[in-house]
Design a protein around this ligand. Structure first.
Ligand code: CP
Length: 300
């Protein structure tokens, strides 16, 4: 049991395995809600399709009351602080808030200043963390491959701006996967240590068990003087490249996908691309597990 779900680093292996097991039981229909009747607010300060829809569906399947906090119509627009907003939501009757934000560290910082027992769940924060994405990725990998200890996982693309990469690295490290990162210099994050970096896709994905491609996050780029055409040619994945270097690999992508940028349309629309939609489906079960764990009686 944990109070907030803010970062994978705050979860131990058993916490993660418990959440995955719970998600699997929700998926198979063997587990029912322990949190029905509680109230959760969705606060998405950045756009989202998968995370927002799956958190909302998860909450409804658990029998929670769901408030959709509309930032543009809220008193945020009148200058109210996040902390004051959260305190007010708690007194209105909200017990947990799912937050997506572009600001690194906002959730930890806010959680440390909360005066009331409101629970916070990270739905993606800056380029730093996206814990439920890493959990759903882990669930999908273990469904396909079993134990991931020693499995070769290649993560390729815009790693510098990717919260998905950071949370996956944290989680995969706890379970002994062999992770290779692949990016051109302008998408490398020098703060990531103790990982093998590649600047060519073939080297990174050769014999990989999982190839996880990441979205080029143009909306976060400060440096725009690279050649997009060169990037697509050198780091875009096609059926031909996957067949040549990692024919048995599970293909993953957190979404949204830039078609014909990080993955070619023919690969995305083929059998290998289906895993990406399975990731989205597992997201709803992981979010059911996270909400139920945090909101059920007995949670701290
Ligand atoms: N993977 C992911 O976070 O997608 P959304 O931005 O659509 O939620």
């Amino acid at each position: 049991m944990f109070k907030h779900l803010i970062d994978i680093k705050n979860l131990d292996k058993q916490d993660i395995l418990n959440l995955i097991r719970k998600a699997e039981l929700f998926k198979s229909g063997e587990l029912h809600s322990s949190s029905a009747g509680k109230t959760v607010a969705m606060m998405f300060l950045e756009n989202s399709t998968r995370t927002k829809c799956s958190f909302e569906l998860a909450a409804k399947k658990l029998g929670l009351h769901v408030l959709n906090f509309e930032t543009s119509k809220s008193s945020f627009s009148k200058g109210e602080s996040l902390l004051d907003t959260l305190n007010n939501l708690y007194f209105i009757g909200v017990e947990a808030v799912v937050i997506r934000s572009g600001e690194n560290g906002l959730l930890e910082n806010t959680a440390s200043r909360l005066k009331y027992p409101l629970k916070l769940i990270n739905a993606g924060e800056g380029n730093m963390s996206h814990p439920t994405q890493a959990l759903l990725d882990f669930m999908t990998m273990t469904e396909k491959l079993g134990d991931i200890k020693g499995k070769r996982i290649a993560i390729a693309g815009d790693i510098k701006h990717s919260r998905v990469a950071k949370s996956n690295l944290e989680l995969l490290g706890k379970f002994g996967a062999k992770v290779k990162l692949c990016a051109p210099d302008y998408f490398k994050d020098e703060s990531i240590k103790n990982v093998t970096w590649y600047n060519n896709l073939a080297g990174a994905i050769t014999a990989a068990d999982v190839v996880m491609m990441l979205r080029v996050q143009r909306e976060r780029h400060e440096q725009t003087d690279y050649s997009f055409e060169d990037y697509v040619r050198d780091f875009g994945l096609t059926s031909e490249k996957l067949e040549k270097y990692a024919p048995d690999a599970v293909l993953m992508h957190p979404g949204p996908v830039n078609r014909d940028v990080e993955i070619s349309s023919e690969l995305l629309d083929g059998e290998k691309g289906l895993t990406i939609l399975e990731q989205a489906r597992n997201g709803a079960y992981i979010r059911m597990a996270a909400l139920d764990e945090i909101l059920s009686e007995g949670a701290k």
